[in-house]
Design a protein around this ligand. Structure first.
Ligand SMILES: *Cc1c(COP(=O)(O)O)cnc(C)c1O
Length: 376
């Protein structure tokens, strides 16, 4: 197994407070699982927000290596950066569409906007007229989430005036599901029906609806192209069923110091934890400045091999103090690593402990960790 490491600073793993390990073989396996599940639909990869925090320039080529040629990001700048990391034979789509004035740059770079409203359609069509060549685009329709995309009235308007799309080469009509991670939610079927109705305005244009969770709703939801993000990175497609995805991310933090505290001693900002008995504690080099939620104060935990080590008191910016009394005497020592994400606790589980979702845990990780890419 080849190990590639990149450090935020110059000190490397020995000096890092945390080590974020990203398993590229698991990423590839997750892409294959989703692709096979969605076949014969084409499987794209959503790599917005820097590949859900894991490094778009590193993860996108892994998907490319598995045959992926369609990539989604949210912003033009994300698309321009991603283009540098991939060969030219890919399609890069911009989910949020274009801010006014960015059309020429987008067209010149060969990037594909998702048009989310009539005004965006008009601007892209005008750019095509200016360049005297058709420009590719994806058209998003709102099937019931009320976030982005043309409402039904605008879809009807285009159906009546197809010349509004003159100059635009529509590659896909797409929409997005609001509740796909709750397979029994009635909105799924309602959105499917609304999407089918909207498609009728664009005869012969391929369609795309499913995110990761949507793939698991079954073939009715697959259409021609699926758009998984979260599950590529190991997050569960539905939280009330076993997760079929492989774990991609492991996060370890280093023990900086250990100490014994007495009954009555307090720990951390606000003195929110008071020891009832003599307690062995360790302080680890991870905090909210590393994207670890402060909302886990008093309720999160780290793991040392099979032992759960509860957080004591508040999560600080750069450190957390944990109870290590359950470990044999002498453990852990300064420099030892404890697990924050890994076999004992997934991003989905950590998220559930503090009222958020695994997506937010991953995209919050940020640039402070020493990154170890394995399995490449
Ligand atoms: C983020 C996003 C996706 C990917 O969703 P996951 O739940 O991460 O699989 C797909 N489509 C759109 C429009 C998105 O914004």
């Amino acid at each position: 197994m080849q190990i590639v490491t990149t450090a935020a600073g110059t000190g490397g793993e020995e000096r890092a407070g945390t080590v974020l390990t990203i398993d590229l073989a698991a990423l590839a396996a997750n892409y294959r699982l989703l692709r096979d599940r969605a076949a014969p639909a084409v499987c794209s990869a959503v790599v917005k927000a820097d590949g859900y925090g894991l490094g778009a320039a590193t993860v996108a080529p892994v998907f490319y290596g598995e045959g992926c040629r369609h990539f989604f990001v949210a912003h033009l700048d994300e698309a321009l950066e991603l283009k540098q990391a991939l060969r030219p034979d890919v399609a890069i789509y911009i989910l949020n569409g274009l801010p006014p004035g960015a059309e020429a740059e987008c067209a010149a770079a060969g990037l594909i906007p998702v048009l989310n409203g009539m005004e965006q359609v008009a601007r892209w069509a005008a750019e095509a007229r200016r360049l005297r060549r058709p420009l590719p685009a994806v058209l998003q329709v709102d099937s019931g989430m009320s976030r982005l995309g043309l409402p039904a009235a605008d879809v009807a308007r285009i159906a009546g005036e197809p010349q509004l799309l003159d100059g635009i080469r529509l590659l896909y009509v797409m929409s997005h599901l609001a509740c796909a991670d709750q397979p029994d939610h009635p909105l799924n079927a309602r959105q499917l029906e609304a999407f089918r109705a909207a498609r009728a305005a664009f005869p012969g244009v391929p369609a795309s609806l499913a995110n990761s969770a949507g793939i698991f709703l079954g073939p009715d939801y697959h259409f021609d192209l699926v758009r998984p993000g979260a599950s590529l990175y190991g997050l569960a497609p539905a939280l009330d069923r076993p997760n079929p995805m492989e774990r991609v991310v492991t996060l370890h933090a280093k023990v900086i110091q250990t100490r014994e505290i007495a009954a009555g001693d307090v720990v951390g900002y606000g003195a929110t934890f008071r020891a009832e008995r003599p307690t062995r504690v360790a302080t680890i080099a991870l905090g909210y400045g590393d994207g670890w939620p402060r909302a886990l104060s008093g309720r999160g935990a780290a793991w040392y091999e099979g032992t759960r080590l509860p957080f004591l008191g508040r999560v600080s910016m750069d450190s957390i103090t944990i109870d290590v009394s359950a470990l044999p005497p002498g453990l852990p020592q300064a420099g030892d690593l404890v697990e924050l994400l890994g076999p004992h606790q997934s991003a989905d589980e950590v998220a559930a402990q503090c009222g958020t979702i695994g997506y937010e845990i991953l995209t919050s990780l940020g640039r402070r960790h020493h990154r170890r890419y394995i399995g490449g």
